[in-house]
Design a protein around this ligand. Structure first.
Ligand SMILES: [Zn+2]
Ligand SMILES: [Zn+2]
Length: 348
């Protein structure tokens, strides 16, 4: 006896990809499902149903044997086996705690698309953010100097902002009550503490996350100067993954940067810059002791997924659990605020 399923093949493939991603499965496994969804979306329901009937589904570029099986089941109105299996093994809550704070979050201030080192198009990230109930998602692709991550030049960022406008128009328009994709950047903090994008472009953005990605092992004194330089820049809103550590994952582990954390967090508090609680399991940044230090310094916080794939947008609860454990009140977390308040804070 097979369960009924009426959401259609594209939704089934996207849901499988989402569940695999939030469970931190390898990207290549996920790609097959996202590629198949993208391949059949433009064909339309009737053509897909005909291809199921005459057995020609695997002739469609991007559709293989396992994705064809999912599509065929969904077209017949049956819950695909692969999806049924993942709903039982991969859909459970990611944490025991954090649910209350997670429910208070209205959006996410740090995410990547395939314009830099993310794996999915902007619109797929936005769609998934809507499905997760977000009021907004800030798109924060990398800045020019981070070449390894295809950081955006001025010209590419300009073009991306046009795409963000187009996505918002398609979704019913930012500025209304509906979901908004917000203009952002994860801008590199250069060695001297300056930001790796022009002031003119930074001024066109809604939210700016500033992060260190290079020379993470520099001495504490210049690193402190570098980070305080970024924090005192009036354009900086969020200090991203402040220690740069990697605690797990296929990129290996990396020690945290050393700096005068008290001085950096005091500068954050003074300049109204939120300290990011980076929810990525690989990063889990800042560590507990620094989180407590930032709390006691009176900092604001932003709980961010730093998602590089749609399913990773669901990582927020991991940061929420840590914030709850650290006793950080919801009102100090900028992404619990209404969107208008967030935008006013970021612009001031
Ligand atoms: Zn980063
Ligand atoms: Zn990032």
């Amino acid at each position: 006896m097979t369960d009924e399923y009426d959401a259609g093949p594209v939704a089934a493939l996207r849901r499988i990809a989402f569940l695999l991603e939030r469970h931190r499965e390898d990207t290549y496994k996920v790609k097959a499902f996202r590629n198949a969804a993208a391949a059949i979306l433009p064909l339309g329901e009737d053509a897909v149903a005909r291809a199921v009937d005459d057995g020609s589904l695997t002739d469609v570029p991007g559709v293989g044997a396992s994705t064809a099986a999912v599509i065929a089941s969904a077209v017949r109105g049956e819950l695909p086996d692969r999806l049924a299996q993942l709903e039982s093994t991969h859909a459970a809550p990611l944490t025991a705690g954090g649910a209350e704070l997670r429910a208070a979050l209205r959006g996410d201030c740090h995410s990547h698309s395939d314009w830099s080192d993310g794996g999915s198009p902007i619109e797929e990230m936005a769609m998934t953010a809507i499905e997760l109930g977000h009021d907004y998602l800030v798109l924060t692709d990398h800045s020019p100097r981070l070449k390894i991550a295809r950081g955006l030049s001025v010209e590419r960022l300009r073009r991306q902002l046009d795409v963000v406008d187009a996505v918002n128009q398609h979704l019913g328009g930012a500025g209304g009550d509906g979901f908004a994709l917000l203009r952002g950047i994860e801008v590199d903090i250069l060695d001297d503490g300056s930001l790796d994008q022009t002031d003119e472009m930074l001024d066109r953005l809604d939210v700016r996350v500033a992060s260190v990605h290079s020379k993470l092992a520099m001495d504490a004194t210049p690193m402190t100067r570098r980070m305080i330089g970024a924090v005192t820049n009036p354009r900086t809103n969020v200090l991203g993954h402040c220690t740069g550590r990697m605690v797990t994952g296929n990129r290996g582990t990396r020690a945290q940067s050393t700096f005068d954390a008290r001085a950096v967090f005091e500068a954050c508090a003074e300049h109204d810059v939120a300290v990011e609680i980076n929810a990525r399991p690989e990063r889990c940044d800042p560590p507990d002791d620094l989180l407590a230090l930032a709390r006691d310094a009176g900092c604001l916080f932003s709980i961010d997924s730093d998602a590089h794939a749609p399913g990773q947008l669901d990582f927020l609860v991991l940061g929420c659990e840590r914030a709850e454990d650290a006793g950080i009140e919801a009102d100090r977390i900028v992404n619990t605020w209404p969107r208008q308040r967030l935008l006013e804070w970021a612009a001031s």
